[in-house]
Design a protein around this ligand. Sequence first.
Ligand SMILES: N[C@@H](CCC(=O)N[C@@H](CS)C(=O)NCC(=O)O)C(=O)O
Length: 208
Amino acid sequence: MLTIWGRTNSVNVQKVLWCCDELVLPFERIDAGLQFGRNNEPEYLAMNPTGKIPTLVDDDFVLWESNSILRYLAMQYGESSLLYPPEPKLRASIDRWLDWSLSTLQPAERPVFWTLVRTPAEQRDMAKLATDAAAVGQLWRLLDAHLQGRFFLEGEKFTLADIVIGTYTKRWFGVDGLERPSLPNLERWYSRIATRSGFKKYVDFPLT
Ligand SMILES: N[C@@H](CCC(=O)N[C@@H](CS)C(=O)NCC(=O)O)C(=O)O
């Protein structure tokens, strides 16, 4: 049985839970992070010295970094699935979205999410929010252009790239108080992936 440590309203935990659903993998989950604490206790830090969530425990194997966890699950348990195909060019194309999500998208979208979802209205810096939202809007435009004429992010099939970018997209379309540019390709793709059971079970909730 797999164990996943992390609270369910973390985007990085959600992508792991969604991936387990795609692979039909049973797991137990233990709340950790923010109000649940535990992630800075010695027992947790011994598994994951970053003190961040999620952490995956698979028997005697422990892994942290959400996108690394997704790759591991797909390679270990999804041999016959198409979530992370072995063909080098396709796999590298999927990897670039996983890398881009952590290096570029999340740092840009995080301040917008935290301001609108986790900061009381009277404490919000609205001028900074406008600048931050414009910057992340440019990244969503990039994705919108990429999705022109495509059904999924890479190749013909749903892959890890759709899971990872899909969880962040919820944080763009799911908040109130943003002026969003028109992004028809992104919206079409988003409504397509929103039909997946893993999205419905683990991502499609009011943001908290
Ligand atoms: N790059 C890491 C980032 C992990 C991360 O920053 N997790 C956040 C939640 S999304 C966290 O642990 N926050 C502290 C907390 O919840 O207490 C990953 O992808 O796993």
